[in-house]
Structure formats: structure tokens, C-alpha cells
Write a protein that binds this ligand. Sequence first.
Ligand SMILES: [Zn+2]
Length: 215
Amino acid sequence: MEIFDGCRAFIWRSPRENNCNAYLIGRDRRILIDPGHEHLFGHVRHGLDDAGVDLAAVDMVVATHGHPDHLEGARLFGKPTLLAMNEAEYAYIRELAGGYFHVPTPDFFLREGELNVGSDSFQIIVAPGHTPASICLYWPAAKALFTGDVIFNQGIGRTDLPGGSGEELKASIERLAELDVEYLLPGHGAPVVGKQAVEDNFQSIRDGWFPYLSR
Ligand SMILES: [Zn+2]
């Protein structure tokens, strides 16, 4: 589904299995955000086919965080596709994963601040709370914010998993709420489209969820 010029969403809809939304973005290069589970990678493959994009034509895979339902499928990409994630997040998931899932090796690490890919310019925001060093990716030219599992349409990421923190999640969400956003594109569930809808979503999260986020 095309969300806007330069952004296709592969929304995960099956209630039977958990997997994440993937996004193919970029006006100059092709970036895939969150490939999801390896065994459910057909979802992404189908989306790429629809877009007429070969796996090898994806320039970069960005993982918002290390959970297997977001990151695992990244190992299906070969060179020249690069994998990028946050360094502290990589360390966290390596320790957590044990033998449970194979953590792909990033080609480079994402830090807080600007990320330029071809002529597209993004902002990386380190947003802990769901995990210790989740990142969100903000695309100012499109007013689009890819939130991973930090915030959803009418919901927030779990804070009860290892490395989670309610206080940190609140602070991360308040930072995101400062941005000028027309498209909030979450890791699970439906996108929130329209500036007012995005603001309303932040407010309903504050009202509905923040009272329960204290640890
Ligand atoms: Zn997660």
C-alpha cells in the first residue's frame, strides 16, 4: 500500500501470528524498515514484488530494534544491502537472543542525529523504553515518523520485556510528540495519518497509558 510518494507500507494483518509492519521508503535510495520474522518473510517479499523491487535492489535495511519479529528477516538480505541498527541495541539483543534466534550482523550503527542516504535526509531518534536503545526514524521532508514499537495507533510498546522501562518510554514518547508529523507509521497496527490525528493519538496515549507507566 502506498502511503505517499516514497513510502510503501507492508502492513501485517494476520491475527494468527505476530509479525511487524515493514516499510519501503526513500525517494533516491531504497530503505526497508523492519523486515520482520524470517519465517514470515514472504510478507515482505510479496510487498517488494508488488513494488517491482528486487531483494538486491534494497540499499539498506534499518531495524528499529532487536526483537526477532522486527530484525530476524534481515539475514535474508545479502550484499550489497546494508544492515543498520543501534549499537547498544545490537549488544542487548545479542545477549538476550542466546541460541534462540540468529542475530544478523549490522554493517554500521545508527546514532542519534542525521542519517543521509543518497539525497534523502532522515533523523534518527534513540527512543528507549520498549527496549534499551530502540530507534525511531523521522523523515522531515515527508513529515513521516517510523516509530517501531515505541508508539502505535492507540497503543504503546510493552515495557515488561527485558530492558523495558515505563519511565523511559514516556520520555521517548514526549520527545516524539515534539516533531511535526503527518504520518505516524508504527511497527504494528494501522498508520495514523493527518497532523490532527497524530496529535490526538499522542494525547490519547498520554491520557490512557501514561498513568500505568511508572516503573
Ligand atoms: Zn518489540
